[in-house]
Ligand binder design. Structure first.
Ligand SMILES: [Ca+2]
Ligand SMILES: [Ca+2]
Length: 135
């Protein structure tokens, strides 16, 4: 004897409808799982203001001071190296100089004071094959 939670008198169409509904629910769950894995593995975009080394939300002479303190080995309570490196070549004294030029309204070749958005990059697939150059 077959034990079932359902009435044995379902029509064949009702059984087909339930199977279709079951398959739809499974597809939705798998799609949700796939999207969740992709979102959490890639991460979210980050933003910062170029030149805002102390991350107080604005570019000021104190940002140049914080860079100078960092370069001389002094402690800095809050420091954002990406925001501080205004010319993108690593942190050095020219970054503080560019910030001071910006604050004194001199022209600077970098978008100091503007928000920079860094999009997340997908992690490298550990099973990805290396690229072998053609000879
Ligand atoms: Ca600042
Ligand atoms: Ca730099």
């Amino acid at each position: 004897m077959r034990i079932s939670y359902f009435n044995e008198n379902f029509s064949k169409n009702q059984v087909n409808d339930m199977n279709a509904l079951k398959n739809t629910i499974i597809c939705l769950l798998l799609t949700t799982l796939l999207v969740s894995v992709l979102v959490f593995s890639v991460g979210a975009a980050t933003q910062y203001i170029l030149g805002d080394a102390d991350r107080d939300g604005a570019v000021a002479t104190t940002d140049a001071t914080v860079i100078q303190r960092r370069l001389t080995g002094m402690t800095t309570p809050t420091f954002d190296e990406k925001a501080a490196d205004v010319d993108g070549n690593g942190l050095d004294i020219t970054d503080a100089t560019f910030i001071l030029r910006y604050e004194t309204l001199f022209d600077v070749p970098y978008p100091i004071g503007q928000t920079v958005t860094v999009m997340p990059t997908a992690p490298r697939d550990e099973y990805e094959l290396p690229i072998i150059p053609n000879k």
